[in-house]
Design a protein around this ligand. Structure first.
Ligand code: FMN
Length: 260
């Protein structure tokens, strides 16, 4: 496992309890480079006592926080891929990280399938496109306008073009299965970004064809297909709302005075 990913895993653990208003108010630098983190990465191990007391935002902690922010800010959806192969170990590391996510009643209601076989990928594409054709024939209103404005249609070539697909499933009767699995997917996305890879959180309009193709047992729901590869795109990331618009303190609509 690369040093950068080790850092990211340690950091995600810590961040899940450290992201507070004070953190948001802290200065966030966007010039942090993964090489810096890999070179200077933390060797810290926490005792339970230290963990419970909380950690100070020292220089090293700040660097780690900055790095995670940099990754999140840099990440953008990729829908076109080069044919450059993907090291499966990178994806295994991403899944390993995802499995550290919290889950309702610690049910860990996730399963993952890595698909590299060309025939499988072709069949998955066909199954998805059949569902998309039906969806695009009926979708209406603002949703239709949003999709058409971006040039989306039933065709999903990325399902064959990406060297690798990662299918993520949730267990239907587990408590809070869907939010739990999507938290894990969030972890996945950051590791994929850290490794210089791209993906799209593709949520098929109909998943039955894929469930059949992959022989998925009853009780498991397809949440997402992540085609993973190197980006062949050149486009800016879609803009985000400002913090003022989305973050309140103590009551709805009451903005925080945070540094932008
Ligand atoms: C839950 C979820 C479902 C999504 N489903 C699809 C999808 O089916 N097809 C697709 O092309 N993009 C899909 N996306 C990607 C979003 O369109 C994309 O994240 C959003 O436009 C913001 O762009 P960015 O990821 O580049 O920041 C999905 C994203 C999320 C979080």
């Amino acid at each position: 496992m690369g040093g950068g990913v080790k850092k990211l895993i340690a950091c995600l653990h810590r961040l899940s309890r450290r992201v507070t208003v004070s953190l948001l108010a802290a200065e966030i630098r966007t010039d942090v480079r993964s090489e810096d983190i890999m070179r200077k990465g933390t060797k810290r191990q926490y005792s339970h006592e230290e963990y419970n007391e909380g950690t100070q935002m020292d220089e090293e902690g700040q660097r780690v926080v900055d790095y995670v922010y940099t990754l999140a800010k840099r990440r953008k959806t990729v829908r076109q891929f080069t044919s450059r192969p993907v090291d499966e170990n990178e994806v295994i590391t991403a899944v390993k990280t995802a499995c550290q996510a919290p889950s309702g009643a610690n049910a860990q209601p996730w399963r993952f399938i890595v698909v590299t076989d060309a025939t499988r990928k072709r069949n998955i594409r066909k199954a998805c496109e059949d569902g998309e054709r039906a969806f695009y024939a009926t979708v209406k209103g603002e949703w239709r306008a949003w999709l058409l404005a971006r040039g989306f249609n039933w065709s999903k070539p990325f399902l064959e073009e990406a060297p690798l697909l990662l299918l993520v499933f949730s267990q239907e009767n587990a408590p809070y299965a869907i939010p739990s699995v999507w938290l894990a997917i969030g972890y996945l996305l950051l590791v994929i970004e850290e490794r210089g890879l791209g993906t799209v959180t593709y949520t098929p309009s109909s998943s039955q064809g894929v469930l059949d193709e992959m022989d998925i047992p009853e009780g498991w729901r397809l949440e997402v297909i992540l085609p993973i590869g190197f980006s062949a795109e050149q486009h800016a990331k879609e803009p985000r709302r400002s913090l003022d618009e989305v973050l309140y303190i103590n009551s709805w609509g009451h903005g925080l005075d945070v540094r932008k």
